[in-house]
Design a protein around this ligand. Structure first.
Ligand SMILES: *[C@@H]1O[C@H](CO)[C@@H](O)[C@H](O)[C@H]1NC(C)=O
Ligand SMILES: *[C@@H]1O[C@H](CO)[C@@H](O)[C@H](O)[C@H]1NC(C)=O
Ligand SMILES: *[C@@H]1O[C@H](CO)[C@@H](O)[C@H](O)[C@H]1NC(C)=O
Ligand SMILES: *[C@@H]1O[C@H](CO)[C@@H](O)[C@H](O)[C@H]1NC(C)=O
Ligand SMILES: *[C@@H]1O[C@H](CO)[C@@H](O)[C@H](O)[C@H]1NC(C)=O
Length: 257
């Protein structure tokens, strides 16, 4: 019996290790480029632009958030699992993109980004200390611009949160691959200063089909939708989850004994 418990615990440790480690994506399509833009500032007056394009070592993000002055920071931002529905309700984007089914705890360790939720961009690259005036550029190896795998972000959304996790604004990614690759980033460089990346929000980038998101109809709690989202992701890794549960049950059984 003890031996079986030992094996179960071992499996638990192994499954946790696997479940929490994201794989670098090395085959993003050349020229792939997605962008999420909060429409007309959303109802909180927030103009956020998140650009994601294939780069040498992953996906290069160029992020600019301006508009209204907000209290309630430091602010968090993530890629969420589901797109924003036509109603603009940010809660319905469910939980963070999490193909490794890692969950939100423990908190992401910046020093080991592969162990974080794939969609937890502020966890991996830093919170937003204040708004407006946020500009960031970095390359993430774990998100994918290649459809067909769990880490694909092109059909999902960007969500901005207060420090208390209430959602402020959200926007869907849309495909602009090979459309504006030369004119996209201003020649002065998006990291050139406070003003550098404002050019990214220029009118031609707005989808001609119209963006249905409104940047969040209502403030809504992050926590309220997390379990649902986790269930969604659970389907991606049934095997791992099952082994994890085996260990858990063995542990509970051991305690009862
Ligand atoms: C972009 O264009 C290049 C050259 O035509 C093509 O090889 C590539 O597949 C395109 N990428 C995407 C994501 O459409
Ligand atoms: C979260 O913080 C914001 C900004 O301070 C505040 O307006 C909102 O009421 C807070 N939400 C909750 C659930 O405490
Ligand atoms: C947004 O969606 C959530 C979850 O479905 C729901 O509880 C909430 O009432 C919705 N908010 C609005 C303003 O419709
Ligand atoms: C997004 O695309 C990925 C990969 O193709 C797929 O697994 C996932 O179910 C899609 N999600 C949504 C919300 O359509
Ligand atoms: C940003 O650039 C525009 C256009 O060049 C200029 O009018 C504006 O004053 C600049 N704003 C800041 C904060 O530098």
């Amino acid at each position: 019996m003890r031996f079986l418990l030992f094996v179960a615990s071992l499996l638990e440790v192994v499954s946790v290790a696997f479940a929490q480690t994201a794989q670098a994506v090395t085959d993003n399509p050349i020229g792939a480029h997605y962008i999420a833009t909060t429409p007309a500032g959303g109802n909180k007056g927030i103009y956020a632009t998140v650009s994601a394009e294939t780069a040498r070592n992953g996906v290069m993000f160029t992020i600019n958030i301006n508009g209204a002055e907000l209290t309630g920071g430091p602010f968090l931002y993530h890629i969420h699992d589901q797109p924003v529905p036509a109603s603009g309700n940010c809660t319905q984007t469910l939980a963070h993109l999490d193909p490794t089914v890692r969950g939100e705890t423990p908190v992401c360790d910046k020093a080991r980004p592969e162990t974080c939720q794939v969609g937890d961009l502020s966890g991996k690259y830093g919170d937003i200390p204040f708004l407006p005036g946020f500009n960031a550029e970095y390359t993430d190896p774990y998100v994918s611009l290649k459809p067909g795998i769990g880490a694909f972000i092109g059909n999902r959304s960007f969500v901005l949160h207060y420090a208390n996790k209430t959602r402020i604004a959200c926007a869907n990614f849309r495909d602009i691959s090979n459309v504006t690759s030369s004119g996209m980033i201003s020649p002065t460089g998006s990291m050139g200063g406070v003003n550098g990346s404002m050019s990214m929000t220029s009118t031609p980038l707005t989808s001609p089909t119209g963006d249905t998101t409104t940047g969040g109809a209502e403030s809504s709690s992050e926590a309220s939708s997390t379990p649902t989202g986790a269930a969604v992701h659970g389907a991606d890794a049934n095997g791992v989850a099952f082994i994890g549960l085996t260990g858990l049950f063995a542990g509970i059984f051991a305690m009862i004994m």
